[in-house]
Ligand binder design. Sequence first.
Ligand SMILES: Cc1ncc(COP(=O)(O)O)c(C=O)c1O
Length: 414
Amino acid sequence: MTNKLNLDQTNRLYKEALDLIPGAILGIRRPYNFVEGEYPIFFETAKGGKVIDVDGNEYLDMLCAYGPIIIGHREEEIDNAVIDQIRNKGFCMSLTQQIQNKLAKKLRELIPCCEKVVFVKTGSDATTIGVRVARGYTKRTKILRCGYHGWHSWCVEGKGGIPEKLYEDVFEFEYNNLDHVSKLMQTYGNDVAAIIITPINHPGGHEVEMPKPGFLEGLRELVDRYGALLMYDEIRTGFRVNLGGAQKELGVIPDLAAFGKAMANGYPISFLGGKKEIMDTLIKDVFLSSTFFPNSLPQVAALKTIEIMQRDNVLDGIRIKGDKFAKSVTEIIDDSGIPCTFSGSPWMPYITFDSDPNQLYRKLREEFYRQLIRRKIFLQPYHHGYICYRHTNEDLENAANMIAESLKECKKLM
Ligand SMILES: Cc1ncc(COP(=O)(O)O)c(C=O)c1O
């Protein structure tokens, strides 16, 4: 029996924040997305693969800030490059600094579809400008989409405050169901500007899923037949699955792609990249500008992050550790007799509980993640985790042991 954590400071700050900020915390970080009363709500510091909450509890951080932390927290080489830029050059000016070109060249060298790029700040910025470019280039309005693409009006699930006309031309399709997409294309194909998809499926609360053989190829064939564009949302897969993105890993190249999260190890930057002719729509026909988009600090961080990733084979390291972790957790799950599934290997480890008519899976899920957080493993019940370069083999062996112990506790509910 492992005790509940001391969360006095977390609870005090949460109460205070309820009075200051609607819901105290934004979106996915709210307590109901974890196990309420069991998880911390405020972190204080982070280093490498670990985080410490405001009550002093230290965790193995397997959520990695929902994806941006690819090497580790407070990576000195990256932070020093950023500090140098602050001290010696500055980063917020009325004109663009030359580092923009250096980063763009690097991205073109790495990512197959990126003949040209534009830098923005968040994943939502990148997917949204992608949709606008696709519409501007094709002069069509309809979009077929699959996956989470951010909080903007055209794609967000919660429809509060959004007039229907802003999303009425956007149709959602099922991942790995080419028939479904073909039918939508038969109906709307000549008006479709783009199909946008997360090339690896990572839906909230459900297993991570790889594309079936022929699925992405089928999408490519459909857009080509109807004169539409294929856009990948690589916000999670970019700089994690492969330095060239999932497109390089899987071999089907889109016309446009959105990247963000891991590219700068936590500094806020994202981009849209694509074929030159399509991206050049941004010269005149499609507008894009924002005060902070050219800010050079995250550009410095991105270049340094990519340099380290290339120099130290960071993604190979993550892949090896992720494969090993997946193998041991799969064995633990098989031995446990608990109806749950491991997916997302090697990059996005996730344990989901198999649904059943009596909804036991809900209780198992809550108990499992309760036990896990008490054992100082920070994972999220409704979202896959991540492995970063600074997670050591011992960290991941410890995580696997804690998973085994937590599943044993779940057995008591069966
Ligand atoms: C696949 C995908 N696309 C887009 C986004 C939106 O990115 P952001 O939260 O940086 O706006 C996310 C964020 O989680 C994402 O996972």
